[in-house]
Design a protein around this ligand. Structure first.
Ligand code: UDX
Ligand code: ADP
Length: 461
């Protein structure tokens, strides 16, 4: 089948960048991205392309090339579904906050709503592609809803998990290690797979496009994220041991990373991993394992999360104990709030949990992040249940110099490059003494800071 019209439901961190690249690389295909959130769509359509709602290096250039040509953003979900031959579902699937599987299972209500909407609107055959991270066997649920509530048209369901990492989304989409497409092994399923392969092969080598059955594809996505998160938790576990023994975690990471069987990536010790995927996907894996009665499997993966929670708490505790066991009414500056550099996404960022712990010790937190707005900081704290009184202790500033002014300590929570370029002598001058730096990302030059006069504490040394 020759696809000429695509629709993507969900204009978020996954749907937006992915569709922008498909539109850029396939100028003959009309790509319409729809979302219920009117404000978000208005932001995507902002004539000033630097104001699009998602910050990703290189994204605004891609959007400005394709938008209005063959890339469109709209709130007309029904219209876009109706005209498309292929529909991507890129809506959010947060961890459930209620009912059975609370705190563990993925909340599929947005997915189900999409499936019902597609079934209601579709008047001709469609290929439906699940792009969101979903628990294994979701495709089956989508298929059941489509087949039982549809107008008698044929649906093919494909799983096409996204492996892009935020902050490098454009690069990851342009040069993916692999593209994974899962589908039915029937002739109609294989035709649907081919249609999607043809789209990606416009810019990805066919050898890097893997096709599998649906379940393998869905499970591969969860497994990839679980393995990556496991590496971070593994090195973070070693960081605590390093602090007790005098070993340096950066040296250990370098030494083990040069073993080609281990490899050097994802060995950077930190205050803990964040982001919308790692925790959610592992919890999903744990939940699925539990559902099948596989207790050991569930416990094995759950430990990755336990270690991560421990690392965040340990960092907050270290700040309190180093500041003479009290941070009450002290000003602590947070450099960074996003879950990693080069993104404005704050979902599950370690900063939120560290701030919550410090606020419960009655510290005042001064936040500076180059891309995160103050409203976001407050809503993140509210989301995890920090009281209004607690939230009042957290203020955002427009520059790091202001945020650090008269602070007792600085905590580095995100590895933004600009932090390395600051005039640290000036920052030191304006702080309370002794002035502390807790480097949760092992980002700064500890030797230089110590020479200036700071007491510098990194993770894992
Ligand atoms: C991840 C996967 O990498 C991506 O393939 C998937 O599609 C979505 O989930 P993302 O969440 O955007 O991407 O970021 P990633 O770069 O994987 O980082 C996740 C977290 O781990 C961040 O908080 C990061 O700071 C942390 N991390 C990563 C470390 O602490 N140390 C490392 O060595 C690497
Ligand atoms: P992700 O990181 O998975 O892309 P986001 O939260 O950034 O997650 O984006 C998901 C988007 O999906 C949100 O903008 C949300 O408004 C949108 N969305 C959720 N449900 C629906 C729906 N039924 N129809 C259209 N858009 C939806």
């Amino acid at each position: 089948m020759n696809i000429t019209k695509i629709c993507c439901i969900g204009a978020g961190y996954v749907g937006g960048p992915t569709m922008a690249i498909i539109a850029q690389k396939c100028p003959d295909i009309k790509v319409t991205v729809v979302d219920l959130n009117e404000e978000r769509i208005a932001q995507w359509n902002n004539p000033d392309v630097t104001k699009i709602p998602i910050y990703e290096p290189g994204l605004s250039e891609v959007v400005s090339e394709a938008r209005g040509r063959n890339l469109f953003f709209s709130t007309d979900v029904d219209g876009a579904i109706d005209e498309a031959q292929m529909i991507f579902i890129s809506v959010n699937t947060p961890t459930k906050t209620y009912g059975s599987g609370k705190g563990m299972a993925a909340d599929l209500k947005y997915i189900e709503l999409c499936a019902r909407q597609i079934a209601r609107v579709a008047k001709d055959d469609k290929i439906v592609v699940e792009k969101s991270t979903l628990p294994v066997r979701t495709a089956e649920a989508i298929k059941s809803i489509l087949d039982n509530t549809g107008n008698g048209v044929q649906f093919q369901i494909l799983s096409n998990p996204e492996f892009l990492a935020e902050g490098t989304a454009v690069e990851d989409l342009l040069k993916p290690d692999r593209v994974l497409i899962g589908g039915d092994t029937t002739p109609a399923g294989e035709a649907a797979i081919d249609a999607l392969v043809n789209i990606y092969s416009k810019w990805v080598d066919r050898n890097n496009i893997l096709t599998t059955n649906v379940w393998s594809s869905e499970l591969s996505k969860l497994t990839a994220n679980a393995f990556l998160a496991q590496r971070v938790s593994s090195i973070n576990a070693i960081s605590e041991l390093c602090e007790k023994t005098g070993a340096d975690v950066n040296e250990v990471a370098r030494a083990i990373g040069m073993d080609s069987r281990i490899g050097s990536k994802f060995l950077k010790s930190s205050v803990g991993f964040g982001g919308s995927c790692f925790q959610k996907d592992i919890l999903n894996l744990v939940y699925i394992a539990k559902t099948f009665g596989l207790r050991e499997v569930a416990d094995y993966w759950e430990q990755v999360i336990i270690m991560n929670d421990h690392q965040k708490r340990r960092f907050a505790n270290k700040i309190v104990s180093t500041l003479y066991n009290t941070v009450a009414d002290k000003k602590i500056c947070f450099l960074g709030w996003a879950f990693k550099k080069d993104t404005n996404d704050t979902r599950e960022s370690a900063a939120i949990y560290v701030a919550s712990d410090l606020v419960s010790e009655q510290a005042n937190i001064a936040v500076y992040d180059p891309k995160v707005e103050s409203e976001q900081v407050i809503s993140d704290l509210e989301y995890i249940g920090v009281s209004e009184k607690g939230r009042d202790r957290v203020k955002s500033y427009g520059s790091a110099y202001e945020a650090c002014d008269s602070a007792h300590a600085i905590a580095v929570l995100t590895e933004w490059d600009e932090f390395k370029e600051y005039d640290w002598t000036l920052i030191y001058k304006n702080m309370q003494k002794p002035a502390f730096v807790f480097d949760g990302r092992n980002l700064l030059d500890g030797k230089k800071l110590t020479e200036i006069g700071f007491i510098y504490k990194s993770i894992g040394s």
